[in-house]
Design a protein around this ligand. Structure first.
Ligand SMILES: [Zn+2]
Length: 222
């Protein structure tokens, strides 16, 4: 991390700041530059540029570069959804060292940066999942779905996660889990098929592995 006095570059012309950003892009041979990359290779600090031009996106636009998705711009919901997917794929609570592509879209560092620590990120995630609205009841009874269902067919990701957690991330049919076999993919399935009047509620949902779920679909034509 560079130390610099804020006033130091106050008189640097706009064009010089943008030219330096372009230079870093050329040096890295990339069409976009992240804040971290600029801080490593730039002549100034990224805050000098963002203060001058308003945002990092603005700076990139002015330099004719592509916009990077800064870790500052990722909504919490997206971080939580990714964590939910990693958790589901692993069949257990993810560890700091699990958070790499292709398993995870975001690194543990991104979570640390946002929440203060990896542990705090997990705590925020659990809080979010527990507090979140789970559509086990219809939002409005006034509008009756034409199918006669009280719930929607789609199982939102929070409900999917809660069902899998209840079932210990194991297939209810064969007992296999991604925690012990990384090839296993878990699905959440309607016990009574939605097409046959089954509702999207906890009691009518179960965790199945993709193999058992496909077997079931063949029989039930759902
Ligand atoms: Zn199975």
């Amino acid at each position: 991390m560079k130390f610099e006095l804020e006033t130091h570059h106050r008189n640097t012309p706009d064009a010089d700041l943008i030219a330096d950003l372009k230079r870093v892009a050329i040096q890295l041979n990339k069409d976009k530059v992240t804040l971290d990359e600029y801080n490593d290779y730039g002549k100034y600090h990224s805050t000098t540029l963002t203060r001058r031009f308003g945002s990092w996106f603005k700076c990139l636009d002015l330099a004719g570069l592509k916009r990077t998705r800064s870790k500052l711009n990722i909504p919490n919901e997206e971080l939580f959804e990714n964590l939910m997917e990693v958790w589901t794929k692993l069949g257990r609570q993810p560890k700091y060292d699990d958070m790499f592509k292709p398993l995870s879209n975001f690194s543990s560092g991104t979570y640390e940066y946002r929440f203060g620590s990896w542990r705090k990120a997990l705590e925020s995630f659990v809080k979010y999942m527990n507090e979140g609205e789970i559509e086990v009841e219809p939002k409005s009874l006034k509008r009756k779905p034409t199918s006669g269902h009280k719930t929607k067919r789609n199982i939102n990701y929070r409900l999917r996660f809660i069902v899998m957690r209840r079932d210990n991330f194991k297939c209810k049919n064969c007992g296999r889990s991604p925690a012990t076999d990384s090839k296993i993919i878990l699905h959440v399935d309607h016990k009574e098929a939605w097409a046959n009047g089954g509702e999207t509620v906890m009691d009518n949902l179960q965790t199945l592995c993709s193999v058992c779920n496909i077997g079931k679909s063949d029989l039930n034509l759902t």
